[in-house]
Ligand binder design. Structure first.
Ligand code: PEP
Length: 247
């Protein structure tokens, strides 16, 4: 059985002060919970302050993006070494918002994943179909393309997959637990077919996860945790999700 993994994705929310306030309120709510891996991913500008507050606690720190080059003339980009020195252990890659608004292709995601892994950052790799693709019965085709393009010839060490159907992100329309489990089962099968070590990879569900629906989602055998946007912005709500994920 997998240890549940619950990650926040704050997106472009919370300044420094708000980050500090969140962490100070959140830590007591989840103190002593060691049977769930907990991660928060604030904006870059809050990472260093968050790292100071999270040091020695049960909550890890991740970033929402990283560049695929190690250093140099890439104005506005952030390298894996910068994230590590800011206290990150993880990075989220391939989020649908980055694919949609910043035109990140599977090839770019793959380059980022390779550089992140080479530098020792663990990766949460997001995949998922649009509503149109689901309605056209193309969900598995999309997952196949994204997994194969984003993972490339890389191995699965240090990689977590997040299945995030785009139609469920920020919409309040959660996939049913059966829909989530079906997609996760496909992903598990894909990983087993194409990669070594597929049995140890956690597959998170993302898309309008709340304290109310997390336990039901987690009751499915292939749902190993959650990637949480909106409901991770309030300490009590995110703590409720962490608590609800305990199996
Ligand atoms: C996300 O952005 O990764 C996400 C799942 O958002 P939300 O929980 O708000 O749907």
């Amino acid at each position: 059985m997998f240890k549940p993994f619950i990650s926040a994705n704050w997106k472009m929310n919370k300044n420094l002060e708000e980050t500090v306030d969140f962490i100070k309120a959140f830590l007591p709510l989840t103190a002593g919970i060691n049977d769930v891996d907990i991660l928060i991913a604030p904006p870059f500008t809050s990472l260093s302050a968050a790292a100071g507050l999270l040091k020695g606690t049960n909550v890890k720190l991740g970033a929402q993006n990283v560049f695929y080059e190690e250093k140099g003339a890439f104005t506005g980009e952030i390298s894996p070494a910068m994230l590590l020195s800011a206290g990150c252990t993880h990075v989220i890659l391939g989020h649908s918002e980055r694919r949609q608004y910043f035109h990140e292709s599977d090839e770019i995601v793959n380059r980022k994943l390779k550089t992140a892994r080479k530098n020792g950052l663990e990766v949460i790799l997001c995949v998922g179909e649009s509503l149109k693709e689901r309605e056209d019965n193309k969900t598995f085709e999309v997952l196949d393309r994204q997994l194969s393009g984003s993972l490339g010839d890389g191995n699965l060490e240090g990689v977590t997959i997040a299945y995030e159907p785009i139609w469920a992100i920020g919409t309040g329309r959660t996939a049913t637990k059966e829909q989530a489990n079906e997609a996760h089962t496909f992903i598990r099968g894909w990983l087993k077919k194409h990669k070594e070590g597929a049995e140890t990879v956690r597959i998170l569900y993302g898309g309008s996860v709340t304290p109310e629906n997390i336990a039901s989602l987690m009751s499915e055998p292939e749902v190993n945790g959650g990637l949480v946007g909106g409901a991770s912005l309030k300490p009590d709500s995110f703590a409720g999700i962490v608590t609800g994920a305990r199996k």
